[in-house]
Design a protein around this ligand. Structure first.
Ligand SMILES: Cc1cc2nc3c(=O)[nH]c(=O)nc-3n(C[C@H](O)[C@H](O)[C@H](O)COP(=O)(O)OP(=O)(O)OC[C@H]3O[C@@H](n4cnc5c(N)ncnc54)[C@H](O)[C@@H]3O)c2cc1C
Length: 538
């Protein structure tokens, strides 16, 4: 067993979006950089490669082109409302304000340099339910999804390889930091390809190793009190190396790791039909016209669940339901028009930048996706009538039992209200469907008040949904320069934390909730702040 020794101005740990962007900016400024990642070269780019590529921006040229009136003040008000910041979240507020004011400059104008562009429809997500959320649409889709974003940024970075100032090493598991006279001067670990130990030293160390969502013991231990107890079957929707190994090391150095109970989890997870890692889950974009039921066949309430308003409250309602998982009931017409999956893998038309295919899937529906899940996912069941559907649901619902009569009555109550016409819609799901369809970005993808038991819209489909753990909103506490802080807010000299490692800024930028699409953007923003600080000689 030998030992490799690397030396540079800056050592960056983690080749995800945050690490790659930091390296690019350091190299563009003439710094010598080493980038280390535990994964293989084929997986360079971390989670962003698999991401949907939705990016939050305030007052962007695209919003203006569509007549959406936004401003930094409005976005900040929405952010603070949704975050439900506490008095201890001053850093989080400051990070949020900074991000909002820089989002368009960095993500729209700044990424043009790397040929990143956006699909010209801005989506309206997380509108808010019990507390106000996005007052206007702000979710901009990268054309090419996160895959296209990372293809371009990775290519720009790899162009530096072999030119003297840049080294990148994969399968390098960074295990700890090296401290010398109170300053962090390096990292050490093991190369998992040959089991050799290695060290890398530099003037500054940037931790960009992602969050802690794959560490289910930690997730369960820190389950937020609002969510009752963690469900038995949690799915993992993030990178397998998001395991908090380095968060633990930051604590060991005296650094502060905060708000681990703040997580951005999703309500509509299914096990990946072809898993690439342990407990690998997919996050569905659940149809808004489907009915959301508990494991006994009762509609979850009192406020019905509909996506696009408040993801966190949906997670909370499901965790409090009898089994900690849920069911969506729909028919094929609804599924084909409204079902989608978050991520680049299941959106090939946008990922591969095929405009015609994408427009056709919006206009004609996504039969291919529905057929894929009906064939390959054990969590999708279909039947020509409700009695058969319930039988199939109960086969994967043990020890819970759905009473056919209860489910039938819940669905019929809803269908009958649709039959009476919009004037008499006294159901919060239907009221929200009206509001959703008022926005042209949603109208094409939302059925016009579709009855579930309509024989012309069948067959029926039921999907069993688990809670999926995705993003870590807590993490290393950082100041506005992305420097790691101790509990007394003094700096841990030499150590920066960016992206999901730092909970996307300060370990607190999102408070309890995200307005969505705020993760990718903050990886870029956090890294810019770190690089500016390093270049300024802090
Ligand atoms: C399917 C999916 C869809 C998403 N959609 C969106 C979206 O539409 N909009 C949005 O804003 N966000 C989205 N996200 C979230 C977003 O992609 C991530 O939050 C973001 O990419 C995190 O980037 P990061 O660089 O901080 O961390 P990561 O991408 O997790 O990268 C961390 C890197 O560090 C490496 N690493 C970890 N530990 C070590 C170690 N000890 N030693 C060496 N290397 C290590 C890992 O291998 C990894 O490459 C999505 C995520 C997923 C999975």
């Amino acid at each position: 067993m030998g030992a490799k020794n690397y030396q540079a101005d800056c050592v960056v740990v983690g080749a995800g979006l945050a690490g790659i962007y930091a390296c690019l900016k350091l190299l563009e400024a003439g710094k010598k950089v080493i980038l280390l990642d535990r994964d293989t070269r084929a997986h360079m780019g971390g989670q962003a490669v698999e991401s949907f590529g939705g990016v939050f921006m305030a007052d962007s040229p695209l919003q203006r082109r569509f007549g959406i009136k936004d401003s930094f003040d409005l976005a900040y008000r929405d952010w603070c409302s949704f975050a439900e910041f506490t008095g201890a979240d001053e850093l989080g507020r400051a990070w949020a304000r900074g991000f909002i004011e820089n989002s368009t400059r960095l993500l729209y104008d700044g990424l043009k340099k790397y040929h990143v562009s956006y699909f010209p429809v801005v989506h309206w997500v997380e509108r808010g339910l019990f507390v106000p959320g996005n007052s206007v649409p702000r979710f901009h889709m990268v054309w090419g999804t996160g895959f296209g974003l990372m293809k371009r940024l990775s290519a720009a970075l790899l162009a530096y390889e072999g030119k003297g100032n840049f080294q990148i090493h994969f399968q390098h598991n960074v295990k700890s930091f090296i401290e010398l006279q109170g300053k962090i001067v390096g990292i050490e670990g093991v190369c998992e390809a040959d089991q050799e130990t290695f060290k890398a030293t530099g003037d500054n160390i940037i931790m960009a190793a992602g969050g802690y969502g794959a560490n289910l013991d930690l997730v369960r231990k820190n389950w937020h009190r609002d969510w009752s107890k963690p469900p038995k079957d949690l799915l993992v929707g993030c990178n397998q190396f998001n395991d908090a190994q380095l968060h633990e090391q930051v604590r060991h150095l005296g650094g502060d790791v905060i708000n681990l109970d703040r997580m951005w989890n999703y309500a509509a997870g299914i096990p990946h039909p072809h898993p690439k890692r342990e407990r690998h889950g997919l996050s569905l974009v659940p149809p808004k016209s489907a009915l959301w039921m508990d494991a006994l066949g009762k509609r979850i309430g009192p406020v019905p669940l509909v996506t696009a308003f408040d993801t966190r409250s949906m997670v909370s309602a499901i965790c409090k339901a009898p089994a900690g998982y849920s069911w969506q009931i729909m028919n094929r017409k609804i599924a084909v028009k409204e079902l989608a999956v978050s991520g680049s893998e299941h959106n090939p038309a946008i990922r591969d930048e095929k405009l015609i295919s994408f427009l056709l899937s919006v206009l004609l529906g996504n039969n291919k996706l529905v057929d894929h899940f009906l064939k390959d996912s054990a969590h999708f069941v279909t039947a020509p009538n409700l009695a058969e559907l319930v039988q199939k649901m109960n086969a994967i619902n043990q020890p819970y039992i759905i009473e056919p009569e209860l489910l039938k009555s819940e669905i019929e109550t809803y269908d009958q209200m649709i039959g009476r016409g919009p004037t008499y819609f006294n159901d919060d799901q239907l009221r929200r469907l009206i509001q959703l369809r008022n926005y042209k970005g949603d109208r094409l993808r939302t059925c016009k008040f579709q009855k579930i038991l309509d024989p012309a819209a069948g067959p029926l489909i039921a999907v069993k949904l688990n809670i999926l753990v995705r993003k870590s909103l807590g993490g290393v506490k950082t100041n506005l320069r992305s420097q790691a802080l101790r509990p007394d807010n003094s700096v841990v000299p030499g150590l920066y934390a960016v992206g999901e490692s730092a909970g996307f800024g300060g370990g607190s930028i999102h408070g309890l909730r995200a307005l969505e699409g705020t993760f990718l953007g903050n990886c870029v923003y956090n890294s810019e702040m770190a690089v500016n600080s390093i270049l300024a000689g802090n």
